[in-house]
Write a protein that binds this ligand. Structure first.
Ligand SMILES: [Zn+2]
Length: 371
């Protein structure tokens, strides 16, 4: 699919686009006459892409369509995981070795789009389309959702340490459980809910396959988890390893209200937006913060990870978006002593930036208050 780069005229775009460029998947992009607002800066000759005439923006391309291409990730072909080819469940590879494999895969991954760790393309297009801000409750500038994917029995065993940190601060969080792999700590799940948190489904098996199955096979897997989904009033989903397809979202919408499997920028594509949006009937809460696993694979220290999280939060605050953080209580990720300490430090420092901290159930879009 054809793409080109868009940059704003000095002082014409949103403040958070200063020094940044957006990637636009659209034909042409040469705008009409008027005061320049944004430029097509390449490939090919530089030209005005958006101009303003009598207070109205005029674009040389279909802004709504270009935004939709990003939010639906239609620019990419969903990559099938290499773990599907293993003749056994990939979690049988020891965690430390899987970690090393993750590091190697991460080192080979360099993409022009989406840019990491910030790609403003979707939000720049949203701004151009006139949808400029979300009104968060309490007049807050941005929102924060804390999530944890509990991938394995080891993660389940350590999840309560993560919860203790949140409980001490009185912060609600989302815990996503894999339902056919380990014994779910129901006491912990109820404590999470009692603190105002939410339980989500992280599939029945962490086999990275659900996104690639036929509709009926996906339905059978959801049906198999029905007891859990009903017991904990589960309305949200995150796909194992973020593998996602249009078919998966279509079937999920039959049973779930929200999903958080689409990152804003990688791994495996991204919507390049830090603002929630509708994906068919689902409310999509883009996973807008770098995951603990990704940062560790990039060989960041825990102190660097805290700083990377805060840097991204400051950007999301400027945009007025939603920071969705996913930390894994697995011992080789955030469940280590150093990881838990870093998470605790992040919680203290992020609250100084005054976010609205909530769970998906309370999102204004969920209640129909914001389109
Ligand atoms: Zn997972």
């Amino acid at each position: 699919m054809m793409s080109w780069t868009l940059g704003f005229e000095d002082g014409a775009g949103p403040r958070w686009m200063r020094g940044r460029e957006a990637t636009v998947f659209a034909e042409k992009g040469i705008g009409p006459c008027g005061r320049p607002v944004a430029w097509r800066t390449g490939p090919g000759p530089v030209a005005v892409a958006v101009s303003e005439e009598s207070g109205r923006l005029q674009a040389g391309f279909d802004v709504g369509e270009a935004l939709d291409v990003l939010l639906s990730e239609r620019y990419r072909r969903p990559a099938k995981p290499i773990t599907r080819l293993l003749p056994f469940h990939y979690h049988r590879v020891p965690g430390a070795l899987r970690f090393r494999i993750g590091q190697l895969l991460s080192a080979g991954r360099r993409s022009r789009f989406p840019r990491w760790p910030i790609d403003p393309s979707g939000d720049a297009l949203r701004w151009l389309s006139g949808r400029r801000e979300v009104r968060w409750p309490g007049g807050k500038a941005f929102a924060l959702v804390l999530t944890h994917d509990v991938d394995s029995a080891e993660g389940m065993a350590r999840a309560s340490r993560m919860f203790d940190i949140e409980a001490a601060a009185g912060l609600p969080a989302v815990y996503g459980f894999v339902t056919s792999t380990y014994e779910i700590d129901r006491g912990l799940a109820r404590a999470v809910q009692a603190l105002g948190g939410e339980i989500a489904w992280h599939s029945d098996l962490h086999d990275n396959r659900i996104a690639f199955e036929e509709d009926d096979a996906i339905r059978r897997r959801i049906e198999g988890a029905r007891g859990f989904l009903e017991e904990f009033n589960v309305t949200g989903f995150r796909s194992p390893s973020l593998y996602r397809t249009p078919a998966l979202f279509r079937v999920l919408a039959e049973r779930f209200r929200w999903d958080s499997s689409v990152p804003d920028t990688g791994p495996g594509g991204g919507c390049a937006s830090v603002v929630p949006f509708r994906l068919g009937r689902l409310l999509e809460l883009p996973l807008s913060m770098p995951q603990d696993a990704d940062l560790l694979f990039r060989r960041r220290s825990w102190q660097e990870i805290v700083e990377a999280w805060l840097e991204k939060v400051r950007y999301i605050r400027e945009v007025g978006g939603l920071a969705v953080l996913n930390t894994h209580p697995e011992p080789h990720f955030s469940g280590s002593s150093a990881g838990l300490e870093a998470y605790g430090e992040f919680l203290v420092r992020v609250r100084e930036l005054d976010p609205w901290i909530a769970v998906p159930r309370g999102m204004p879009m969920q209640r129909g208050e914001v389109a």
